[in-house]
Structures are given as C-alpha cells and as structure tokens.
Design a protein around this ligand. Structure first.
Ligand SMILES: *[C@@H]1O[C@H](CO)[C@@H](O)[C@H](O)[C@H]1NC(C)=O
Ligand SMILES: *[C@@H]1O[C@H](CO)[C@@H](O)[C@H](O)[C@H]1NC(C)=O
Ligand SMILES: *[C@@H]1O[C@H](CO)[C@@H](O)[C@H](O)[C@H]1NC(C)=O
Ligand SMILES: *[C@@H]1O[C@H](CO)[C@@H](O)[C@H](O)[C@H]1NC(C)=O
Ligand SMILES: *[C@@H]1O[C@H](CO)[C@@H](O)[C@H](O)[C@H]1NC(C)=O
Ligand SMILES: *[C@@H]1O[C@H](CO)[C@@H](O)[C@H](O)[C@H]1NC(C)=O
Ligand SMILES: *[C@@H]1O[C@H](CO)[C@@H](O)[C@H](O)[C@H]1NC(C)=O
Length: 455
C-alpha cells in the first residue's frame, strides 16, 4: 500500500512534467541535475566567442547586465562544480578565465579595463575564487602564469595596504579608485571579504599575520556597530559621518562570507571560545534573517509584493549556500544545524527549475517564477552542489602542509599599487600628472555616468 502511494506520487511529479527531476537523497541524481543547470548557466558565458572578452559575463551595463565581479563569482561556482561532481568539462575555461582577468603584470585582480566599477569587493570576489581553487587543488596553471595561492595573496596584500585609520578608526573603503562613487563608504562586503581571505590564508599557510588581520577586521566591524550583539550584519556607513550613519540593509552573501571566515578562524584556532561563539551566533542569525521556514530569501529585496533585487542581488543566495556548506567542514559544531536548513532550501530551489535547467529566483512558491539569469542559475546550482558536501570523495580545504599544491608568494601584489600615491613627484612631473589625473577623472566620471544608469 505504502509502496503504491509512493509510486503514484513519483509518477505524478514526473507527469506534471515542467520541473527539474532531482532526488536530493541520491548522489547520482544531484550530479545529473547539476550538470543540466551548469550547462544552462554556461550558456550565459559568451567570453570565448570571437570579439568577446574572456572571463566576463555579458556587460558591464549598458553592454550587458553583469558587472565584472560576477565573472569572478561564476568561476568560483565552476570550481565548486568540478570539486563536488568531478566533472571536468568546464575546468579549462575556468582556469583560463581566472588567469585572463588577473590583471597582468601585477596579477592582483585590478585590470585597468574595469576600474570604473572596481570596489574592494569586486576585486575580492575574484580573490576568493582563486583561494577556493588553491583549497580544492583545482588544476594549477602553467608555471609562467600566476598561481592560485599567489593570486589570493596579491588581493589580500593590496587590500591590507588600503586599511585606512584616518576615518572611523580603521576599516577599508568600498571603492578602490578615489574618483569612484562610493569611495567615502566603508562597508561590510569589502571588509568581510578581506576578513574571509585573511582567515583562509591563515589556515592555508599557517602564517599568523593573516589571522591577525582577520581578527582586527572582525573586531573593527563590531566596534563600529556594523555587526551587532545579535550578529546582524549591516551594510555600512560613510567616512564623513565617522561610519555612524549605518545603512541597516542586510544581504545573505555578506552573512555567509563572515560565517565562512569565522569557520576558518574557528578551525585555525582549534576551536577557540571566541570563534565558537561567533560561529554559533552567526549561524543562528543568518538562518533567522535569510531562511524563514528553512528556505533562502534575499530578505532586503525579495519582497512579498515583488522582487526588487538588482542583477547583483539576484545571485547572492547561491554563494550563501556554497559558503555555508564549506563552513560545516571547518566548524563541525554547526554541521547538523546548517545542513538541515540547506537541505530544505535546496529542495525548494530545485522546484524553481524547469526540466531544461532554467531556474527562477523565488524559491518559496514551489515552482518556476520566470525570473531568469546567470545569478539564478548559480543560486540553484550552489544549492544542489552543497548537498554533496559530505560525500566521501569531496576533500576538505587543503593547506600547504596537507597536500595543497598551489604555489604562493607572500609578497604578491606588493609592487606599486596604481591607485595609491607612490614616490614624491617633482614639479615637472606634477604638471603632467595633473593633466593626466584630469583626463583620467574626466574619463571615469563619464564612464560612471553611463554605468550608474544600470546600477
Ligand atoms: C584542457 O587543457 C589541457 C591542456 O591544454 C588539454 O590537454 C585538455 O585536453 C583540455 N581539456 C579539455 C576538456 O578541453
Ligand atoms: C580590455 O578591453 C580590451 C578592449 O575591449 C580587450 O581587448 C581586452 O581583452 C580587455 N582585457 C581584459 C583583461 O578584460
Ligand atoms: C607553508 O607556508 C608557510 C608560510 O608561507 C611556510 O612558513 C611553511 O614553510 C609552508 N609549509 C610547507 C609545508 O610548505
Ligand atoms: C606572512 O604574511 C605576511 C603578510 O603577507 C608577509 O609579510 C610575511 O612575509 C609572511 N611570512 C612568511 C614566513 O611567509
Ligand atoms: C569615530 O568613531 C570611533 C569608533 O568607531 C571613535 O573611537 C572615534 O572617537 C570617533 N571619532 C570622532 C571624531 O567622532
Ligand atoms: C577543522 O577541520 C577539520 C577538517 O574538516 C576537522 O576534522 C576538524 O575537526 C576541525 N577542527 C575543529 C576544532 O573542529
Ligand atoms: C538566536 O537568535 C535569536 C534572535 O536574535 C535570539 O533571540 C536567540 O537567543 C539566539 N539563539 C542563540 C542560541 O544564539
């Protein structure tokens, strides 16, 4: 009797037809469905076609909907795709994209093409994907190319040099070039990624300097009130207000980036009480705020009356799933709590997908909502991949003493930073520099005007 009811339910689910068929209790089923969604996701990538720029998704606006950083996020997703499924189909394009956009010769993910929207978070997203490649032993580039660990170190080093004690008692600004809109804003996404990279580099290399920076950054975010006593993480504040004009919006990827970083610090410190408390507190509040009924909701813009998320925001839930899953490897104390929620959420995520792997944005409706894009594909893929975290074949993040093969360079990125003042200039240089600055500023302002139309 039970059996026939089960059969009926199963048959009916298939015969209704539209949905992506996936059984989250079956590794093979998850991998098969992930393959369909990954293929659909990669249809958005046209950088390998003639006349297109390798490594980026169509954009930035108005050329297409996606800013530069989302390419970095895509390749991190594809590193995880390979890591969880073993499918190498996209490995070469992932490797070459992460190298092409590294920004030679400095190789710190600040290519001159994209300075008009270059925030520390944009740079940092590429850095986190390089870090993930090191931690998973993703295929290493040829020796003549920059290496994963060194790329992550370069991002970290350039950001440490931007720590600013002039305002708000510390912290990093959002934007890198001073002419960018948002240079006066100090926010949690920029500082959170710096914290996250510091924690992961500390564990990977065993070098305590990274951990010191991670501690300092987390403490600063708390001291200015960006992280409150209930572990809410607010967006940021402005230097002209000493960072006290806090914008209280919250986003799921920021919470996940801090929680993942806290997980690495918990592991690096062998379970220190301070990080134990933070890991548990962040887990609790992340779920309270972003997973009502166990299903991921981008609370600040996915409103009952309609989805008001920007293209950027449409992609946050997938990072949240992936980073929370990795947290369970570093902090087994929250493993069961996290996985129970991610499972409920992943179940809802797959219901938002059609059989061809086209996935929607809202996961709470039980069906496809018609809101598609590369972000939504990354969301559903991230949710599915996270279900494979406990598979025996899925490695824990490697370190340089436990099999990690990526070559590092502690000094990477420390050549003159194009965005920082360098040597004192002579009178003659100054005149030239003034004109150059005026030209660069004029260019940037006009770029910003057209870019901000879409942002
Ligand atoms: C990936 O690149 C390597 C080295 O160039 C090559 O040997 C291999 O065939 C490529 N794999 C695929 C799937 O294209
Ligand atoms: C920079 O833009 C030029 C012109 O579109 C393009 O040829 C080049 O590949 C781009 N480089 C990067 C790193 O995006
Ligand atoms: C790991 O990296 C650290 C810091 O760069 C270095 O001191 C240590 O020797 C490395 N360990 C191995 C096994 O390579
Ligand atoms: C540790 O990291 C710091 C910061 O990047 C670097 O200056 C130092 O050389 C590193 N030490 C070792 C032993 O690699
Ligand atoms: C700015 O805020 C910090 C704490 O975040 C405080 O220590 C400092 O005194 C404040 N500075 C001014 C000028 O109010
Ligand atoms: C650190 O991570 C490793 C690998 O997942 C795990 O075995 C170990 O228990 C973790 N350490 C702590 C203190 O939980
Ligand atoms: C979880 O968060 C809620 C809301 O902030 C709080 O009331 C509760 O004490 C927290 N529980 C734990 C175990 O931290």
């Amino acid at each position: 009797m039970k059996y026939s009811i089960f059969c009926f339910a199963a048959t009916c689910a298939t015969c209704l037809g539209a949905g992506l068929d996936v059984d989250l209790t079956s590794t093979d089923s998850i991998k098969a469905a992930a393959k369909v969604v990954a293929k659909n996701l990669m249809n958005y990538y046209t950088g390998d076609q003639p006349g297109q720029i390798p490594g980026i998704l169509p954009g930035p606006p108005p050329a297409g909907p996606y800013y530069w950083w989302e390419g970095g996020a895509l390749w991190g997703t594809m590193v995880d795709y390979w890591h969880y499924t073993g499918d190498t189909t996209y490995n070469n394009v992932t490797e070459s994209s992460l190298i092409f956009q590294a920004g030679a010769p400095q190789n710190s993910y600040m290519p001159p093409n994209w300075t008009a929207s270059l925030g520390n978070d944009d740079q940092g997203f590429w850095g986190m994907s390089a870090m993930l490649a090191a931690e998973t032993n993703f295929q290493n580039p040829p020796a003549a190319d920059p290496q994963w660990l060194a790329l992550a170190q370069a991002v970290f080093n350039t950001q440490a040099a931007r720590w600013d004690t002039e305002y708000c008692n510390g912290g990093m600004r959002w934007q890198i070039p001073l002419s960018n809109n948002g240079y006066d804003y100090k926010n949690t996404i920029a500082n959170g990624i710096f914290f996250n990279l510091g924690a992961r580099l500390a564990r990977y290399t065993g070098n305590a300097t990274y951990a010191d920076w991670a501690v300092k950054t987390y403490n600063w975010c708390q001291a200015v009130g960006y992280i409150d006593q209930d572990f809410n993480i607010f967006d940021g504040g402005h230097v002209e207000h000493n960072c006290t004009d806090i914008n209280k919006q919250q986003f799921s990827y920021i919470a996940a980036i801090f929680l993942q970083g806290a997980g690495f610090m918990y592991n690096y410190t062998d379970g220190a009480a301070e990080w134990d408390e933070r890991v548990r507190g962040l887990t609790n509040q992340t779920f309270n705020y972003f997973f009502p009924n166990g299903i991921a909701v981008e609370t600040s813009c996915e409103l009952a009356e309609g989805v008001q998320c920007t293209t950027d925001m449409l992609s946050f839930k997938g990072y949240a799933h992936r980073f929370l899953a990795q947290t369970t490897q570093m902090a087994p104390i929250v493993h069961d709590t996290i996985m129970a929620v991610l499972r409920t959420s992943a179940q809802a995520a797959v219901k938002s997908c059609n059989a061809d792997g086209t996935c929607g944005f809202r996961w709470t409706t039980g069906s496809y909502d018609g809101i598609t894009g590369a972000g939504q594909e990354m969301n559903a893929l991230g949710a599915m991949l996270s279900m494979l975290i406990d598979e025996p074949g899925v490695s824990r993040p490697f370190t340089n003493s436990s099999g990690g093969t990526s070559q590092g360079n502690p000094d990477a990125g420390s050549d003159p930073d194009v965005f920082q003042p360098t040597k004192p200039v002579t009178g003659r240089d100054k005149a030239g520099a003034g004109i150059l600055t005026a030209l660069v500023l004029a260019c940037m302002v006009s770029l910003m005007v057209w870019m901000s139309v879409g942002k």
